[in-house]
Write a protein that binds this ligand. Structure first.
Ligand code: ZN
Length: 296
């Protein structure tokens, strides 16, 4: 297969004080910048939907030249408040990779980090966590810190990487404690942050499409094969209520694993999107994307 397709990837789209930001302090791409970018892209590209891409993947139906697909990760409410109305107004479709989650569930780990970094700052959060780690956990921290720094990671990504990967199990409950202490009800934050079933339904009826993005947003290169299978199965179960199979998937953080394509096939997924910038795609389970934040 050789698919020529430019795929844009977006996360938070919000302005301070709007319905999506809701006083959280979590920043995103401004709505104005997003709209201007979509208008520019729509003038220069042939905009396609997930339906078009799925037909190209499954039936080898050709895509137009300079085809472009807009994708949105994490199923955050920004996509209902700030993205969906703008796409609908322009008669465009988007592919939204939402997490498989129950409406009363707590926040997955990376979103706890978003709230706490916005509230405390990264350095304070790091110190709060460090104070709560035991000696063996601190040793794991120090060892991982050296490893990520050697890989040339920015200091923010070093800390986040350790919390999201090496110390995830230890840090996860500590983050919940800190949210309760400094912000409030985690369940309530999660309810406000993520798209609810009614919003997803309305977006579907308005021509938007949904794909999977796991349940807990782990790094696929870091978890076990059994965990990967669980995460992908959870996505399939969540999507069955909103989409026609076969489905699309986006790798959380862009983390890859060699056994993922096989798990996708077993769970009725026909395409998966990465975070590697590329316009030609030889394998439907590794479709590259460009970050809208960095797009010129
Ligand atoms: Zn994500």
């Amino acid at each position: 297969m050789n698919l020529n397709l430019t795929v844009l990837m977006y996360h938070y789209v919000r302005d301070a004080g709007d319905a999506a930001e809701a006083g959280s302090g979590i920043r995103g791409m401004s709505k104005q910048k997003f709209c201007a970018q979509v208008d520019t892209i729509a003038r220069t590209y042939e905009m396609v939907s997930w339906k078009d891409v799925r037909e190209a993947v499954l039936e080898k139906k050709p895509l137009p030249e300079r085809a472009c697909l807009l994708t949105f990760d994490d199923g955050v409410c920004d996509h209902y408040w700030n993205v969906f109305p703008e796409l609908a107004r322009r008669k465009l479709s988007g592919l939204f990779f939402a997490l498989a989650r129950a409406e009363d569930a707590n926040l997955p780990l990376p979103f706890k980090l978003h709230f706490l970094i916005a509230r405390l700052g990264l350095e304070n959060l790091r110190a709060e966590i460090w104070n709560r780690l035991n000696e063996s956990q601190r040793a794991i921290y120090r060892e991982a810190e050296v490893r990520y720094r050697l890989r040339g990671k920015a200091e923010t990504d070093v800390v986040k990487g350790i919390f999201q990967r090496d110390l995830a199990d230890a840090v996860n409950p500590l983050l919940s404690e800190l949210i309760a202490q400094h912000i409030g009800s985690e369940q309530e934050l999660a309810r406000q942050l993520f798209l609810n079933d009614a919003q997803i339904k309305e977006m579907r009826a308005g021509g938007m499409h949904f794909g999977g993005h796991s349940a807990t947003h782990p790094w696929f290169d870091f978890i076990s094969p059994a965990q990967r299978a669980d995460e992908i199965r959870a996505s399939r179960e969540g999507l069955t209520r909103v989409e026609q199979p076969p489905f699309a998937f986006a790798y959380p953080y862009g983390g890859l694993a060699d056994d993922a394509p096989q798990l996708f096939q077993q769970n009725h997924f026909c395409a998966a999107f990465t975070t590697r910038a590329s316009v030609t795609h030889a394998d439907p389970f590794y479709i590259g994307r460009f970050d809208g934040e960095e797009w010129q």
